[in-house]
Design a protein around this ligand. Structure first.
Ligand code: SF4
Length: 348
């Protein structure tokens, strides 16, 4: 029986759609897949078995490794810490330029996976002296049930919990994640409504709604905008992102403008550095306090400067902090401006 396997777990995150025909609707993410018995959702992680929802890839991991928090990127969250980073298989989006397509575009396969119970994963993080855990590489939302169980153990062990996500979960999912200790979110904004409609059949306002909910509940969020030529790189498109960032999240939430490289099914050349600089300037001019350029060899674009007086406050190299120049209460030592930092700076 398939549901007797250790990686097949019942999920409470569904509604009955048609009782007679045993059709259900998954409520984990905003895809809200309607599933007849035997069908699997877009993400390949949830399946209708006999009129009930099951996560069929619980604990099937594609990778587990310690990584610096700065690589997520999360620059303002426990700076210089190390997170035990883990991933599953599949995704609820199909970005043609996906930079992790080898796992995001693959179905969960027990034979290719490391099976790890939540408690074991948390114990490993402790053993390796990591500061927290991060669900990353593929979309974590689609193994929500596993994330929640990991959260339960990790919080008891004093570890932080983060995820790198496309932000397309339902509000109910967000609230469960927050309640189970997830406090740091690196969230993709894939473009403007054109990008979401053409490539993803999705609504970008859901990402801002969810991020705002995280902030309203005391969580930390940083936005990541991978600038993809001809998909999301023209003026009206980036202005839409900047306007909505300020409207829903405010000037204090960092924006990472990242360089794209050809991958998967998208063959345009890498983003011009001048385009990234143009977007950074416009975002700063509009009033976003912390704007970074990532995936380039130019480390000065990853420095944190005081939004008020311009003093260099944090210098990063190879995803590590090499200079920390803030007061104990996270202010600029020159002008006193309060810098948005969640958690403490880890010295070593
Ligand atoms: S988690 Fe998967 S099955 Fe559920 S709604 Fe999202 S894509 Fe569909």
């Amino acid at each position: 029986m398939v549901y007797e396997k250790e990686y097949v777990k019942p999920s409470p995150f569904y509604e009955v759609y048609d009782e007679k025909k045993k059709i259900i609707r998954c409520t984990v993410c905003e895809r809200r897949c309607v599933l007849a018995p035997g069908l699997t959702g877009i993400c390949w992680n949830h399946k209708n078995i006999g009129g009930k929802l099951y996560n069929i890839a619980y604990g099937l991991l594609s990778a587990v490794e310690p990584r610096p928090i700065e690589i997520k990127p999360l620059f303002h969250y426990y700076p210089n810490s190390i997170a035990l980073t883990f991933s599953g298989w599949g995704c609820n989006f199909r970005c043609p330029w996906c930079q992790n397509y080898h796992i995001s575009w693959s179905k969960p396969d027990p034979d290719k996976s490391i099976y790890m119970e939540p408690r074991k994963l948390v114990e490993l993080a402790k053993k390796l002296k990591n500061h927290g855990l991060c669900a990353s590489f593929n979309e974590p939302t689609i193994h929500l049930e596993y994330l929640l169980d990991v959260g339960e153990y990790a919080v008891k062990q004093g570890l932080y919990l983060t995820m790198v996500t496309n932000g397309y979960m339902t509000l109910k999912t967000i609230k469960y994640l927050l309640r189970h200790g997830y406090t740091g979110f690196s969230i993709d904004i894939k473009g403007c409504p054109y990008t979401y409609k053409k490539y993803l059949s999705a609504n970008p306002l859901i990402i801002y709604r969810n991020t705002k909910t995280i902030l309203d509940h005391g969580g930390h969020a940083e936005m990541v905008y991978l600038v993809v030529p001809k998909a999301n790189d023209w003026r009206e498109c980036y202005e839409w992102i900047i306007d909505n960032h300020l409207k829903y999240l405010g000037e204090n939430v960092p924006l990472h403008i990242n360089r794209y490289y050809p991958a998967n099914k998208y063959y345009e050349p890498p983003t011009n550095i001048s385009k990234l600089v143009e977007i950074k300037r416009e975002a700063e001019k509009a009033g976003i306090d912390y704007v970074y350029i990532g995936n380039t060899p130019y480390e000065e674009y990853e420095y944190t400067r005081c939004p008020r007086c311009g003093k260099v406050l944090i210098v990063r190299r190879n995803y590590r902090v090499i200079k920390w120049n803030l007061t104990k209460d996270h202010r600029c030592p020159r002008c006193g401006y309060k810098i948005n930092i969640y958690g403490e700076y880890i010295h070593k």
